[in-house]
Design a protein around this ligand. Structure first.
Ligand code: GMT
Length: 376
């Protein structure tokens, strides 16, 4: 039988794709009997600390007034080193290149300096660490250095792996391990959830889940909805992991106050996805689109922009629809197709569920990570 591993996971704890993937990965590895040590400045959003084999180590950030900008990289590197000394990690898996891989390399140097063999460092690239930050000339060199000096690097889509090679001009091997999701049980009926949100059983409900950052193109989402202004039953349900405040003036300007229903920091996303009819995602850049997969996993078709790695998840007209980034008319016409044809909505939704189950299930992808760890 294979030895159980000691795995350190470094991630951003806030509501964001990379932290959610890291947390789901750690939770699943712990369920399989591996010891998982989460290292972050706060308890990750979806982490169940009470779960067996899961440990959470908080990184304390020094607020000394000489530092105008409190530094996170240094205490993180010290935390990694001390956790490794205590628990002898086999693998240190950091999610998001900066400063996580950088801090891990510092920890590696300090451990080696003390005569201790460091853990194998796996760096997983998630998206904006490359597509946004690596294009910044003030960060380019450190991102390239941190990636090239990691023992192993993975990316969450083929698109992101190619972008990394191109943007960083690197030949570092990058293993693609797609994101994954297996939905939890739905615990509240569609009717009950809709009632709690003041939505009618006959409403046609679009669902959008994101941190509402600029890259998600929320103004496009709202403009699409404004095309359905005269249709009383059309609603947009937003599960937000960020503030919606800045978009309120646009909602008012477009006159769609009655159409938008907002739920902040939802934990039981399955109940909300199940209560919607389809997913709507307008991103201008997306390395994978975890929310898209989450929506599909509950049998809901998604209309999304053909951005980055999204076509690795959605096949146009088979399990959803793809539109050109920013092409509001195209989004509206695809939504109208779904609205007037219940059979199409159901069949695309069923295909979406199958794609999620067959290609991106937790079981399949966790196995890929485990095989990769063992290979290392
Ligand atoms: O945009 C987010 O949701 C957060 C961001 C992150 O890095 O935390 O998400 C990125 O990682 C997700 C998980 O791997 C991917 O599914 C998202 O596509 C990616 N976001 C972008 O590329 C914009």
């Amino acid at each position: 039988m294979n030895k159980k591993l000691n795995i350190g996971i470094v991630c951003y704890p806030s509501v964001g794709g990379s932290g959610i993937v890291a947390t789901n990965l750690g939770n699943s590895l712990a369920e399989l009997g591996h010891s998982v040590h989460f290292i972050a400045y706060e308890k990750p959003f979806r982490l169940n600390e009470k779960q067996k084999n899961v440990h959470f180590h908080k990184v304390y950030i020094n607020k000394y007034e000489l530092f105008k900008y409190p530094d996170y990289t240094l205490p993180l590197s010290v935390a990694i080193g001390s956790i490794h000394k205590k628990y002898k990690l086999d693998i240190l898996h950091v999610h998001y290149a900066v400063p996580h891989a950088t801090a891990a390399l510092l920890a590696e140097q300090m451990l080696t300096h003390s005569g201790i063999k460091p853990p194998h460092l796996v760096t997983t690239l998630h998206g904006t660490d490359i597509t946004l930050l690596a294009k910044n000339k003030h960060l380019y060199e450190i991102i390239k250095y941190s990636i090239e000096n990691s023992c192993c690097v993975t990316a969450v889509s083929d698109y992101l792996a190619q972008q990394t090679k191109k943007i960083l001009q690197t030949t570092k091997p990058i293993k693609v391990i797609h994101n994954f999701y297996s939905p939890k049980e739905v615990t509240k009926s569609k009717e009950k959830v809709r009632k709690s949100l003041n939505l009618k059983p006959t409403d046609f409900v679009a669902l959008h889940m994101s941190n509402l950052r600029e890259v998600k193109r929320i103004p496009d989402l709202l403009k699409i909805v404004s095309n359905f202004k005269s249709q009383e039953n059309f609603k947009l349900l937003i599960l937000s992991g960020g503030s919606f405040q800045q978009y309120k003036p646009l909602v008012k300007k477009l006159g769609i106050e009655e159409k938008v229903v907002l739920v902040e920091n939802a934990q039981d996303i399955e109940n909300y996805i199940n209560a919607a009819d389809f997913g709507l995602y307008t991103s201008g850049e997306e390395s994978f689109g975890l929310s898209i997969l989450e929506t599909m996993s509950l049998g809901k078709p998604v209309v999304a922009s053909r951005a980055g790695g999204v076509p690795e998840v959605i096949t146009d007209k088979q399990n959803g629809f793809l539109c050109k980034v920013g092409d509001i008319k195209s989004f509206v016409s695809k939504i109208k197709l779904l609205e007037k044809d219940q059979d199409l909505l159901t069949s695309l939704g069923e295909n979406a569920r199958q794609t999620a189950e067959q290609e991106f299930s937790s079981k399949k992808i966790i196995n890929e990570y485990l095989n990769y760890y063992r290979h290392i």
